[in-house]
Each structure stands twice: as structure tokens, then as C-alpha cells.
Design a protein around this ligand. Structure first.
Ligand code: ATP
Length: 450
């Protein structure tokens, strides 16, 4: 695979200064515990069991050979150590690749391999002898677009396909044309480059929206995505994927992608079994912070993501924890692109163990070592109502592809407890209380869950 137009931005050195090297030794008790993730071997054994269990979203009766993929792509898949397709891959790929092309609305739980399904569709449909844009993929955040690019490059590494980003801070020079066969970007930048004539959509055969419910929802990135969709050729195949499609959004999706093949989940199928859900009952906002620091002081956690509502809270917690000697970093939409890239790369490589972020990273980010997600603030929608979809996506940053993971919600008053309870009822899954004053018990509970 040729990646002519792909520039990896340089890391920001300022951000390096903010990284504390050592975890503080502020342990007040003797319970320094290790909740590091499973070994690769254990995961592989469990994965084989799950892929043979008809009730698992990873189950498949087919092999990749039976999915109508070309040889070079099969080589790429096996090189990534994928042995069998997941359920969504097995069901969606034959529909996505059939002739004549048909639109697709595909739903499958978090971490079950949707990216491979649409990446293989783009790589299969493009004509590598034609240097013109033939597939466009939109994602809601630059970190997700970069991750999708990595998958496309990995899967397509034995092909001649070309791919380029359309992201703020790293696209082609003003006025120059982007002719890569696959373009991956955020809606704002893709729309802008089409408008300026730098991307020519006239030969696009596949238009993919990852996290599609968020991308087409009027409360999300809807307007921009609709504008771009209207610039695509009429014959273009529209592919929408997400772990969640609210009824209201689903109706709109069927208009956005008319006559689509649809793969849907029932409400009770949305939760991932491997993710164990807990909550900690704190007394106040300040007590939440104290409990958070105790958690990280007393337990050694593999890698974790802490979700907060506001960007300034992310920075403030990162600043306070760093000053107390904890190695944490924060990422949010107010940061410059280069800093965001540096932070996510540092977390992805395992150099940083704790990432504090906002909903900007709630969806799609796939870092297998993450075994704990903390909802420091419960997820709320634009009207300050509990947001079950975002909750599901946030906790789905752990428990990827058959792995185990833990999520802990911090509640501190009647309102936040009510928000959590509403989410609990929405999914019909109980969220278990863990104490805030007995970390030996917390350790035992989390160890059992992992
Ligand atoms: N067939 C497979 N065999 C083994 N691993 C796989 C397979 N398909 C995907 N994976 C791995 O599973 C992980 C999750 O995949 P992916 O990120 O595509 O999930 P997703 O369904 O898009 O999740 P989300 O809803 O959170 O976006 C990735 O690390 C990916 O490499």
C-alpha cells in the first residue's frame, strides 16, 4: 500500500514536559495490587472459545476465504493475526461486496470488528490502476480517523491502494489536488476540501460513515455529513456502521442510505458481557477526586481512560494528579492537532497509562490494553439528560474483541445517581456498588471481574 499523502505530524515537545515519569508512592496502606490485563495467550484461548459460541458477537461459521475477498487482502488479514471473522464481519462482508453494490446500515457491539468490515469494503471496491478518489470514510474525531487509516494501511499493505487524510493540520498544500484512492477524515475538513476542489468526489464508489448514528444526528455532525453525502455520485454505495442506532436516528439512517441491507441489534444485546460495570458512591465533587487518587495510589491498573464532562475538568484533574506524582495525560478538542496526536500516540504506545478525556474519545478508539474506564462524570446529552449511547461507547473502550474490562461510575449526589440509574434501566443491566472506604475489597472485586 502506498501512503503518498499521509503525513505523521511531529510530536510536541511541550507536552513531554507535562508527563510525570513515576507513579507517586503515596500509598497509605499495604494493598498495592496488580490488575494488569490478561496475557495474550489467555486472550487467544478465550477468543477461540468465543468464536465457537453461537451466542457470542465474535461467533462465525465461516472462514475469511469464504467471504469473497481477494488474495492480497486475505494476506493482509492473516498478517494481522485474524484467524476467523467475527459475526458482523461474516454477515456484513458478503452483503457489502455483492453486485450490484447495495447500501448498508450495520450495527454490532463495541469492539467486535466493524472497522475491518468497512476497511475491506473500501479496499475491495477501489480500482488501484485509477489514481482518483474512489472511497471516502468519515469519522467524528481525528484520533479515530487516524486509527482507521492504520487499519486500512495494515489490511491493504500487500495492495497498490493509496490513502490520504483529510484532517485539520495535515492535508495537502492549499490548491493542490488529493487524488488518493481512499480518503479518511473528519466531516468539516472533507467538506472543506471538496468545496475548494482539492478532493474530487465524482468517482467515489463507497462512502462510509463510522459512528454513523452520531455522524448523521442533527445533535451531532448531521448537517456536515448530509452536505457531503449530497456531493457524492448517485450510484455511490453508502455504508453506515455503529454500535448504537437510536430509533429516531435509525429512521433517518434509512433515508440517508436508502434501500440498505440492515444488520441490527436488539436493546438487550447492546451490552458487552466482558465489561463489568460498577459504581462508587462519593460524598461530593471533591470526594470524587480523593477517591480517584486513592484508586490510582493503591491499585496498579493496566491502562485506563477517565471520562469527564468538560475540557477544563480534564486539564484540572490531570494537573492535580500530575502534581501529586501520577503519570496522567489529558486529551480534548481544545488542544492543537499536533498535541492531540502526541497524547494519543503516547497512550497508545503504553508510555502513558492514564488518559483523562472528554466525549471526544468516547467512540471507536481501540486500545486493547485498556482494562478500566472511569466515568468521573456521568455522560449527559445536550439537554443534560442521561445519555445511554455515549455511556455504552465510553465503557466500550475496554473489553475489546473478547477481552475483559471494568467500568466504574462515580456518583456523588441524587442527580448523578439518578442519571446512572436511568442508564442502568435503559440497558437492563445492574451496576454493582463498590465501597469508597475499603480498597482491599475494591481490589478483590476488580480482580474477580478481570
Ligand atoms: N476477525 C478478527 N479476529 C481477531 N481480531 C479482530 C478481528 N476483527 C477485528 N479484530 C480486532 O478487534 C478489535 C476491535 O475492532 P474494531 O475497533 O473494529 O471494533 P468496532 O466494532 O469498530 O468497535 P467500536 O464500536 O468501539 O468502534 C481491534 O483491535 C481489531 O484489530
Amino acid at each position: 500500500m502506498t501512503d503518498t499523502a499521509v503525513n505523521e505530524p511531529a510530536a510536541s515537545t511541550e507536552a513531554v514536559d507535562n508527563l510525570a515519569e513515576d507513579v507517586a508512592k503515596v500509598s497509605t496502606r499495604d494493598v498495592q495490587s496488580n490488575l494488569a490485563p490478561d496475557t495474550e495467550h489467555e486472550v487467544e484461548v478465550k477468543l477461540a472459545d468465543m468464536q465457537a459460541d453461537p451466542n457470542s458477537p465474535l461467533y462465525s461459521v465461516k472462514s475469511f476465504e469464504e467471504l469473497n475477498l481477494n488474495e492480497t487482502l486475505l494476506k493482509g488479514i492473516y498478517d494481522m493475526k485474524f484467524t476467523k471473522p467475527s459475526k458482523i464481519q461474516e454477515r456484513a462482508l458478503p452483503l457489502l461486496l455483492s453486485e450490484p453494490p447495495k447500501n448498508m446500515i450495520g450495527q454490532s457491539q463495541s469492539g467486535t470488528g466493524k472497522t475491518a468490515a468497512f476497511a475491506l469494503t473500501m479496499l475491495s471496491r477501489i480500482d488501484t490502476s485509477l489514481q482518483a478518489t474512489q472511497a471516502i470514510c468519515l469519522a467524528p474525531a481525528r484520533e479515530l480517523a487516524r486509527q482507521i487509516m492504520d487499519v486500512v494501511k495494515e489490511m491493504g499493505k500487500f495492495t497498490e491502494a493509496t490513502a490520504a487524510y483529510a484532517l485539520p493540520g495535515e492535508s495537502a498544500l492549499p490548491g493542490s489536488k488529493i487524488t488518493a484512492q481512499i480518503i479518511i477524515g473528519t466531516p468539516g475538513k472533507v467538506g472543506d476540501l471538496i468545496k475548494k476542489g482539492q478532493i474530487n468526489p465524482s468517482k467515489v464508489k463507497v462512502f462510509v460513515l463510522d459512528e454513523a448514528d452520531n455522524m448523521i444526528d442533527q445533535q451531532g455532525l448531521g448537517d456536515q455529513s448530509i452536505r457531503i453525502r449530497n456531493m457524492m455520485p448517485k450510484s455511490c454505495q453508502i455504508v453506515l456502521f455503529s454500535a448504537t442506532f437510536l430509533d429516531r436516528v435509525k429512521q433517518f439512517a434509512t433515508r440517508f442510505a436508502p434501500n440498505a441491507n440492515q444488520i441490527s441489534l436488539k436493546q438487550e444485546e447492546l451490552s458487552v458481557d466482558g465489561i463489568k460495570q460498577f459504581y462508587m458512591d462519593c460524598n461530593s465533587e471533591e470526594h470524587k477526586y480523593e477517591v480517584l487518587v486513592l484508586l490510582y495510589s493503591l491499585l496498579t491498573i493496566g491502562q485506563s481512560i477517565i471520562f469527564v464532562k468538560r475540557r477544563d475538568t480534564a486539564d484540572e484533574i490531570a494537573r492535580r494528579m500530575t502534581s501529586e506524582g501520577h503519570a496522567v495525560i489529558s486529551l480534548h478538542g481544545k488542544q492543537e492537532p499536533a498535541e492531540r496526536d502526541f497524547v494519543i500516540d503516547s497512550f497508545r504506545s503504553g508510555k502513558s497509562k492514564v488518559l483523562i478525556t472528554t466525549n471526544v474519545l468516547a467512540r471507536g478508539i481501540d486500545i486493547l490494553q485498556v482494562n478500566l474506564v472511569i466515568n468521573y462524570d456521568m455522560p449527559l446529552d445536550a439537554y443534560n439528560n442521561p445519555d445511554p449511547e455515549t455511556y455504552l461507547h465510553r465503557i466500550g473502550r475496554t473489553g475489546r474483541f473478547g477481552r475483559t474490562g471494568v467500568s466504574i461510575n462515580f456518583v456523588h449526589d441524587k442527580i448523578s445517581w439518578g442519571h446512572m440509574h436511568a442508564i442502568e434501566q435503559f440497558f437492563g443491566r445492574s451496576i454493582t456498588r463498590v465501597p469508597t472506604d475499603d480498597f482491599e475489597e475494591v481490589e478483590a472485586i476488580l480482580r474477580k471481574a478481570l
